[in-house]
Unconditional design. Structure first.
Length: 307
């Protein structure tokens, strides 16, 4: 049976959570998170970490997408808990030159962070959900798309559920928006309550019909801020946080062929606030936080070879 392996590494990445993690040309890039952090690069061939340039400002709460030779960040926030601010523009990192730049502007009325983000084969970047006022208020069901070549922004029909701290993924010609929570439900009244506002519904957008629906199969274990990756037409959703103090180790797997969720191998280290990425047929996860909120910040990396 498949199981997660904690990698024995040369070097150590910077402690971080609410960060991005992406695979590009055989290497894994860990970037962003609370505070201004250098990019940390993991080479799976040598199991070695090295560091690169830091972004020009603090960036966190995003699901990165690879566009050609660049990594694009939409649905990104900056600033400190609980009133973090959505960025006004897309941020772009270029791995081959180790440089950062600002991308297209984001319409003021559609700015938010902690949103799901994915690149479709039609060339558009799709962004869904998110929250407009940090962890204070304003969770949204917004659905938009951005064309990276032209900077064109289009508003699409809202998802069925408002949610933030949630990834999205594409299987076939459908977008799945799952996990997460409605952080803004408490409207600043009780910041501890936000961790329990998780959502089990799985929202599905059909690109062919242009319609949203709620899937019959809900997420078995409701968490927010986990990592997700697609391998073999299956969504793998890992870790997350909810009402308890400990983060989660569980992996939940959605199979498009059976239209069902199952429970897969558990992580070795509970974590949330980071992404997964796919490389060499394996699922990888690194950094994040081991408990609800921001501490302890982790530096370990795990991988799962899918059987």
């Amino acid at each position: 049976m498949s199981r997660w392996t904690t990698i024995d590494c040369t070097g150590t990445p910077h402690c971080r959570h609410e960060n991005g993690f992406a695979a590009y040309k055989g290497k894994l890039y860990l970037f962003g998170g609370r505070r201004i952090q250098p990019v940390d690069i993991f080479d799976p061939k040598t199991n070695r970490w090295t560091s690169a340039s830091a972004p020009p400002m603090e960036i966190h709460h995003f699901q990165p997408v690879v566009i050609g030779t660049e990594i694009w960040l939409l649905g990104t926030m900056t600033g400190e808990f609980p009133r973090e601010t959505p960025l006004e523009t897309v941020f772009v990192y270029e791995p081959e030159t180790d440089t950062w730049r600002e991308g297209p502007p984001i319409p003021e009325a559609r700015r938010r962070g902690a949103a799901g983000c994915v690149h479709h084969s039609d060339g558009w970047i799709y962004i869904v959900g998110g929250i407009v006022d940090g962890h204070h208020s304003g969770t949204q069901a917004w659905f938009d798309r951005l064309h990276p070549a032209t900077g064109e922004w289009q508003i699409l029909p809202d998802a069925p559920n408002k949610r933030d701290h949630a990834p999205c993924a594409i299987l076939g010609d459908k977008l799945y928006f799952f996990s997460g929570r409605e952080t803004g439900r408490h409207n600043g009244a009780d910041y501890n309550a936000l961790f329990s506002a998780t959502i089990g519904d799985v929202d599905v957008y059909d690109f062919s019909s242009g319609q949203w629906s709620v899937h019959d199969a809900a997420l078995p274990i409701e968490t927010a801020a986990g990592g997700a990756g697609v391998i073999n037409e299956k969504i793998h959703y890992v870790g997350g946080e909810a009402g308890r103090m400990e983060a989660f180790t569980e992996m939940q797997v959605f199979d498009a062929a059976t239209d069902k969720w199952t429970i897969g191998p558990a992580l070795n280290r509970a974590r949330h606030g980071t992404n997964c990425c796919v490389h060499d047929g394996k699922l990888w996860i690194a950094a994040g936080s081991g408990a609800r909120g921001g501490a302890p910040e982790l530096t370990s990396i795990e991988c799962l070879e899918i059987e």
